[in-house]
Write a protein that binds this ligand. Structure first.
Ligand SMILES: Nc1ncnc2c1ncn2[C@@H]1O[C@H](COP(=O)(O)OP(=O)(O)OP(=O)(O)O)[C@@H](O)[C@H]1O
Length: 607
């Protein structure tokens, strides 16, 4: 049985790395780890610092005065972060402005400002050299590419703040194009009304526009990859290389900037193809440095099986919420591997954390873009809340005051682990990372270790039977609801297909009405050579369908004393695909047999 006192101790660990726990039996503790990292950090001299850079924005020579005033007045930044100190003087100096660069700096250290200032200033300078008529054309001069829609919107917002004090007649127009929104409306807004100077885009949507009208991109001179390693990895490689080759046909890129918190050796090789030889590689971390933040201590919770991930998560969330207050809000992201898992965990957490009366917000690519944006806004504006997320918000997304990042199971790679943890501890704030792994995922644990990612505390979670019972009950509720929804979905799809068929627009053969996803119905129907009853109905339910099938087989006039024609396979289909319970299937057989008997008797009488 779990002792709540010791569990509380673990949870205190989430706030203060020095605490200990026995409820989660401690497998290994590394008390000195933070101090060791701190001293290591201090000992390693930052790489490639030529001379002491200015510490404040107003010390950067050549920084456009409007941009400087926007930073101070609007963003209220005075001191530069380390990456800004390294980048801005270099990319704004007369001798080196317009140079290409590959930049690596830790998560949450202000990379967006570091690349957007040179981009805005570069575009501003190019536009100010143009004649009025040329300026009015407003085709993109700079392209900023981001792997996710959320990040693209965020980059645009930050960039607009950086330009806010530039007089409107001189101000570069910044717009965003992303997948998941109506192309027609977006095209009108971005390319027609007022045009665009700096276009922030996700790769797929950018490629659509490039294919459609390449000439539109004939003025592009500056290109930026934010989260460059992600854009250059396999997931985006094809799109990115097509974008590059299509752009090459219409323009010459003069400046290329690539930024990320993680830049592996492989990425450097690929990046060189785009950057050419003449670029500067700036890292604010040394290669021996710890890749995640000092301000984000990390804990590991070990469970036995993959299916055990959920319970420690609920347990930890509850304890944190018990301790949360107005002065000490709890704002957490729970990262999961797939959108399906997000739906599942969201349902369970919504019910299991109901008493706390806080928003439990889902976000994944399974939601529409409008719902994604709405949900992210809701999370941003709430003090205490839990975001249940897939990797759509793993990189770049900047939400203030996230106190905890939970990762359930292995991440898509060690880089992705680093980016996920990086959602907390941003801009100098503190945070906590918690990874829940099963013993089956030990290879991921080893990969983290080989990247020098160490945990301040490692625990083995001991299950709480009471909580296990509570979780199973909610899971059962979810299954029931899911089955109900699935039936409804299948049937509404069937109805839509039937309507289309009736309007004569789609299919000829009645059996084709039933697509693969509802092949259960078509299988059952074709088995009995009957369909008319099904398709002639307007308001279908699974019962109706079954009844029709049952009624239909009556006309076959078989001897009811024969073995029922429904075989085990059909019975399995009925159960699994139509999500019928055993009881439903039994009723189906009973009903079917009764009708067959009636029909048979009727036929006999007619004879
Ligand atoms: N000089 C500064 N002073 C104070 N805050 C800053 C400064 N520069 C940027 N910030 C803020 O720091 C936060 C993190 O910045 P940003 O999102 O650019 O980080 P990042 O390095 O791109 O992180 P990631 O690697 O996760 O994408 C933002 O809220 C940003 O407004």
């Amino acid at each position: 049985m779990i002792s709540s006192v010791t569990l509380r101790a673990l949870l205190r660990t989430a706030r203060s790395p020095a605490a200990s726990s026995t409820q989660f039996s401690r497998a290994r503790a590394v008390p000195q780890i933070i101090r060791r990292y701190a001293s290591m950090d201090a000992a390693v001299a930052p790489v490639q610092i030529e001379e002491k850079p200015p510490a404040r924005f107003d010390g950067v020579s050549n920084l456009n005065n409007y941009i400087l005033r926007s930073i101070i007045k609007n963003l209220k930044f005075k001191e530069m972060t380390e990456v800004q100190q390294r980048i801005l003087p270099f990319l704004l100096a007369d001798e080196t402005k317009g140079n290409s660069a590959l930049v690596q700096a830790k998560t949450g250290t202000g990379k967006t400002v570091a690349f957007m200032i040179p981009v805005i200033q570069g575009v501003y300078d190019i536009l100010s050299e143009c004649e009025d008529a040329e300026r009015r054309i407003r085709k993109p001069v700079a392209l900023v590419i981001s792997p996710t829609r959320e990040l693209a919107y965020q980059i645009s917002d930050e960039a607009k703040k950086l330009c806010s004090i530039i007089p409107s007649s001189e101000r570069p127009v910044i717009k965003t194009v992303v997948g998941g929104v109506s192309r027609r409306m977006e095209e009108q807004k971005v390319f027609r009304s007022g045009g665009v100077d700096i276009l922030v885009a996700t790769p797929g949507r950018l490629l659509d526009y490039l294919k459609e009208d390449p000439k539109r991109f004939g003025n592009v001179q500056i290109k930026v990859y934010d989260e460059a390693d992600r854009l250059l990895d396999q997931g985006f490689a094809r799109e990115i290389s097509e974008i590059r080759s299509r752009l090459e046909r219409v323009t010459k890129i003069k400046q290329m900037l690539m930024f990320s918190a993680t830049v592996g050796q492989g990425v450097v090789g690929i990046a060189e193809q785009e950057l050419g030889k003449n670029y500067k590689f700036i890292r604010t971390t040394s290669k021996d440095d710890v890749p995640t933040h000092l301000s984000v201590p990390q804990s590991l919770v070990l469970v036995d099986k993959l299916s055990d991930h959920f319970e420690p998560l609920v347990s930890l969330l509850r304890r944190q919420l018990d301790e949360a207050s107005i002065d000490q809000p709890f704002k957490a992201v729970v990262f999961l591997r797939t959108g399906k898992e997000v739906d599942h965990y969201h349902f369970l957490l919504y019910h299991l954390l109901r008493n706390y009366d806080i928003p439990i917000i889902p976000i994944s690519s399974r939601l529409s873009q409008a719902a994604r944006s709405r949900n992210l806004e809701k999370f941003k504006s709430s003090a205490t809340s839990v975001l249940v997320a897939s990797d759509v918000v793993a990189r770049g997304v900047d939400v203030k005051n996230i106190t905890h990042v939970f990762q359930v199971g292995r991440a898509m790679g060690t880089e992705q682990y680093i980016h996920r943890v990086g959602r907390t501890g941003r801009a100098g704030k503190s945070g906590q990372g918690i990874l829940i792994l099963s013993k089956k995922e030990s290879d991921f644990y080893k990969s983290l270790k080989s990247m020098q990612i160490n945990f301040n505390d490692e625990y083995t979670y001991i299950s709480d039977p009471e909580l296990t019972g509570e979780i199973s009950e909610v899971a059962r509720k979810e299954l029931d609801l899911w089955q109900k929804r699935r039936r409804e979905d299948e049937l509404s799809l069937l109805e839509q297909k039937y309507d289309a068929h009736k309007r004569g627009k789609m299919l000829r053969k009645p059996t084709e009405i039933f697509s693969k996803d509802i092949d259960v119905v078509s299988t059952v129907i074709s088995q009995f050579g009957f369909y008319r009853g099904v398709i002639s109905k307007r308001h279908l339910s699974s019962r109706d369908i079954l009844r029709d099938i049952v009624a239909g087989i009556g006309h076959l006039g078989l001897d009811p004393n024969e073995k029922p024609a429904i075989d085990r396979q059909t019975s399995a289909i009925l159960k699994n695909k139509l999500a019928l319970s055993d009881k439903d299937v039994r009723e189906f057989f009973v009903e079917r047999m009764a009708i067959r008997k009636d029909k048979w008797a009727q036929n006999k009488r007619l004879e």
